[in-house]
Design a protein around this ligand. Structure first.
Ligand SMILES: [Mn+2]
Length: 430
C-alpha cells in the first residue's frame, strides 16, 4: 500500500510569545498572539484531513510545561478528537518539556484500542506500533520513545530495535525527542546521526530542535510549528511524507503553517546614493521577504532589520528615519509588518582622495595598510597569537591563505573606514 503522514513537533502549547516589547506592536494584536499557536495547529489538522493522511506523528514538547494549563489541554484534546473523527491515527511522544510523568491518563482517556497513542501512557516505553493495511499485512512499524522526566542524560538509541527479519518488508519509523550530534553532556537525550543511520529505519521523525532541519532525507526535525521568540526566526510548519508501494519516500516536503513569523533582514545599502534611495532599497527588501511567502497562513511578520555597507548619508540614518519607515511599512501592509528598531551597522563611506592626501594619522594608517610586508607581518603576529585555534581547525595551506586574504581585506576595509571618519571629522572642525 502507499500511505502518507505528517510530522509535527514542539508545539509548546501554553508558551507565550517573547521579545514583543522590541517591536512596534499594536496592542490590538493581542488576540492574534493569544491564538496563533492554536491556529497553526489547526492549520496542520486541516492539512492532514485535506490530504487524508494515514497518521500524524507528534514528536514531543507538545506542552510547554509539566504543569499543563487547562486551556492547553482543551486545545490538544479538541485537535486529537478532530483527527479521530477523520479516521486519522495519532502517535505522540513526550519531550523534555512535557515528560510522561506530567501526562494524566484521566485527561487523555484514550484506551488501548484507541487510534490515539501517547507513548508510555498505554504501552511500555519505548513502544512499537504496527499498522496493518486492509489486506492485514504488516506494513508500517512505528518505534516511539518518550521522555519519562524532564532530563534524560543517557543516549536513548540503545532502546530502539533494528528491523527484524520477519518485518523486513515493513516501513520502519523511529520517533525520538533528542539532541542530535551535540555534546554528549547534553541532558536532553544526546545521540549521533550515525547511530540513527545504523539502526536502519526508513524514517526518523525527530523533535527538540526548533528550527526545521533536515539531517538527511530520512532524519528530519520538523521544528516548532510556530516560532515564539527572536531565536526562532524564519518559516515554521510541519513535514508531509508520502511513501509509495515500494516503501520509497515519494515526497518529503516542508509545509509552512505558522501565523506569526520572526524574521531578521540584513540589507546592504552600499549601492544607495542617498537616504531616499536607501528607503526604497529597504522597502523593496521587506516586500521581497513577505512576497516570497506564497502561503497565506502568516498574518504578521516581526522584523529586525540590520543595515550594512558604507554610505555617504550616514548621519541621516537616525531615529526619525526609522520611525517614518516603520510606520509607512506597517500602514502599507495593513499591519502585516511590525519592525523592531532598525539596527544601523552602516559606516561612513571613506573619501579616498581625502585620506590619501591627508598629512595626519589617517594618511599614515592608509600608507601602512597599503604596504604588503606590513600586512603580512601583522597577519603572522595575529596567527601566532591564535596558533592553537588555527591548528585545532586543521586548516590546509590553501584554507590558511584564504583566511589570510579575508582577514587582511576586512582589516583594510575597516581601517579605510576609520580613516574616512577621521578625515570627515577634520573637515567638520574646519
Ligand atoms: Mn522544544
Amino acid at each position: 500500500m502507499s500511505f502518507s503522514f505528517i510530522q509535527i513537533s514542539d508545539i509548546h502549547l501554553g508558551r507565550p510569545f517573547s521579545d514583543l516589547s522590541k517591536y512596534s506592536v499594536d496592542i490590538n494584536l493581542k488576540h492574534l498572539y493569544k491564538n496563533a499557536v492554536e491556529k497553526a495547529l489547526n492549520n496542520a489538522v486541516d492539512f492532514a484531513i485535506g490530504k487524508a493522511v494515514d497518521f500524524v506523528l507528534i514528536c514531543g514538547d507538545t506542552f510547554d510545561s509539566n504543569e499543563q494549563d487547562f486551556e492547553a489541554k482543551i486545545i490538544l484534546k479538541e485537535v486529537l478528537n478532530k483527527l479521530l473523527s477523520a479516521d486519522i491515527k495519532v502517535f505522540l511522544i513526550c519531550g523534555n518539556h512535557d515528560p510522561l510523568s506530567s501526562y494524566n491518563k484521566l485527561t487523555f482517556d484514550f484506551d488501548e484500542n484507541s487510534p490515539i497513542h501517547i507513548t508510555g501512557l498505554n504501552s511500555k516505553n519505548p513502544a512499537e506500533y504496527t499498522l496493518k493495511d486492509k489486506s492485514g499485512k504488516n506494513d508500517v512499524i512505528i518505534h516511539a520513545f518518550s521522555f519519562e522526566n524532564n532530563v534524560l542524560k543517557e543516549n536513548p538509541v540503545k532502546y530502539f530495535t533494528p528491523p527484524q527479519k520477519e518485518n523486513g518488508g515493513a516501513f520502519h519509523i523511529g520517533m525520538l525527542h533528542c539532541d542530535l550530534d551535540c555534546s554528549s553532556e547534553s541532558p536532553y537525550a544526546p545521540c549521533k546521526s550515525a547511530q540513527l543511520k545504523d539502526i536502519n529505519y526508513n524514517y526518523w521523525a525527530l523533535g527538540h530542535i526548533h528550527i526545521p532541519s533536515v539531517i538527511d532525507d530520512k532524519i528530519v526535525y520538523s521544528g516548532t510549528i510556530q516560532g515564539r521568540n527572536t531565536k526562532e526566526t524564519g518559516v515554521h510548519g510541519i513535514r508531509y511524507i508520502k511513501v509509495d508501494d515500494n516503501n520509497a519516500i515519494a515526497e518529503n516536503s516542508f509545509i509552512p503553517l505558522d501565523v506569526i513569523r520572526y524574521e531578521d533582514l540584513c540589507i546592504d545599502l552600499s549601492s544607495s546614493k542617498d537616504i531616499t534611495s536607501a528607503a526604497s532599497v529597504i522597502t523593496d527588501s521587506v516586500y521581497d521577504l513577505i512576497g516570497n511567502d506564497k502561503n497565506t497562513s502568516c498574518e504578521l511578520f516581526l522584523l529586525r532589520i540590520y543595515l550594512t555597507g558604507m554610505v555617504c548619508f550616514y548621519d541621516e540614518i537616525n531615529e526619525q528615519f526609522f520611525s517614518v519607515l516603520s510606520e509607512r511599512l506597517n500602514n502599507q501592509t495593513q499591519g502585516k509588518i511590525c519592525i523592531s528598531q532598525i539596527n544601523n551597522n552602516t559606516s561612513i563611506k571613506a573619501d579616498l582622495e581625502a585620506i590619501i592626501s591627508d598629512e595626519g594619522i589617517a594618511g599614515e594608517i592608509y600608507k601602512t595598510i597599503q604596504n604588503d610586508d606590513n600586512m603580512t607581518s601583522f597577519f603572522n603576529s595575529v596567527q601566532n597569537s591564535l596558533q592553537k585555534l588555527v591548528s585545532d581547525c586543521n586548516y590546509s595551506e590553501e584554507e590558511k591563505q584564504k583566511l589570510q586574504v579575508e582577514v587582511l581585506n576586512s582589516v583594510k576595509e575597516n581601517c579605510i573606514n576609520i580613516c574616512g571618519s577621521i578625515c570627515a571629522d577634520e573637515r567638520t572642525v574646519d
